[in-house]
Design a protein around this ligand. Structure first.
Ligand code: GUN
Length: 294
């Protein structure tokens, strides 16, 4: 039997409807949420992602501004821009889109965004709060979106065996930290698998919930999934396809056509995790604006 689809577009739209009331409330207090995007260089995917985020902001009534810097920008130049954005009172959030050109250290940049404007949740203070279970910080948007997908589609995480494929700072590591927190919507037993894991398939087959975020095209095959498991595909990989219009197409980390026959629930890709990342960015920005009132 085919798996039930976890519809990220519908869940994200619901969250955005819920945020509308909060934005209206803020505006009654004279505050319009403001978000700055910073894009450095010509990464084509970043251009698309920032474009989608700008559009979502406009639909919700968040005022956004995008700062584009050329590929050759130095770390000092980017830090100078961040200093201005940190002190701009009309901005409640700042997002520096990754990846950055190689002359710029991401760790330096993400540490230089004020923690209270860090709607990406990448500042060490916010990562630290996440590890400590301190809910006053901001959570990274993609894993936060996965948590919402699970909760809102009725997936019980409490006591579940969860396997996270990938240990990146944007998804894998924060994802595992969120899932193992004490709390009803978490409380999972979490395993992180990565490139040095000995028998990934054996781990995957134990998973009640399998989260693929390692960036390898269609890595998860049907024989790696326990029948009835929940499968979340975070991957976005471009593969060559001579039959496609521009010679390539995007696929996830999960071989969807095969895995949907085995899984109990599965995210489509696109239309699963992607819209949730944007919804969580909007939510973090609204929260940042609300905090500015206190
Ligand atoms: N690049 C890929 N995902 C993200 C994200 O969530 N935030 C930022 N800033 N860059 C990204």
């Amino acid at each position: 039997m085919a798996a039930t689809l976890i519809d990220g577009r519908a869940i994200a739209a619901q969250i955005q409807r819920e945020l509308t009331a909060r934005v209206a409330q803020l505006k009654q207090h004279g505050v319009t949420p403001g978000l700055a995007f910073v894009r450095v260089g010509e990464d084509p995917a970043s251009k698309v992602y920032v474009g989608r985020k700008e559009k979502a902001c406009a639909e919700l009534g968040i005022v956004s501004e995008t700062h584009f810097l050329p590929e050759a920008t130095s770390e000092a130049e980017l830090l100078a821009l961040l200093a201005k954005l940190n002190s701009a009172s009309h901005l409640h959030g700042i997002l520096v889109q990754a990846p950055l050109p190689k002359q710029i250290r991401e760790s330096v940049i993400y540490s230089s965004v004020l923690p209270q404007k860090d709607v990406d949740g990448f500042h060490p203070v916010n990562i630290g709060k996440l590890m400590l279970g301190d809910v006053t910080g901001f959570h990274p948007c993609t894993p936060a979106g996965v948590m919402e997908l699970l909760v809102r589609s009725g997936v019980k995480t409490e006591g579940a065996e969860v396997v996270v494929l990938g240990r990146g700072n944007i998804v894998g590591k924060p994802m595992a930290a969120m899932l193992c927190q004490k709390g009803r919507a978490a409380n999972a037993t979490v395993t992180i698998c990565h490139s040095a894991t000995r028998d990934i398939k054996a781990h995957c087959l134990r998973a009640d919930i399998l989260i693929a975020a390692m960036g390898v095209a269609e890595f998860v095959k049907a024989d790696m999934v326990k029948p009835g498991a929940v499968v979340i595909d975070v991957g976005v990989n471009r593969i060559s396809d001579p039959a496609a219009k521009n010679g390539s197409r995007l696929v996830g980390d999960v071989d969807f056509a095969a895995v949907e026959k085995v899984a109990g629930k599965i995210t489509p890709n696109p239309g699963g995790v992607g819209p949730m990342t944007i919804a969580m960015l909007l939510q973090n920005t609204v929260r940042a604006a609300e905090k500015s009132l206190n």
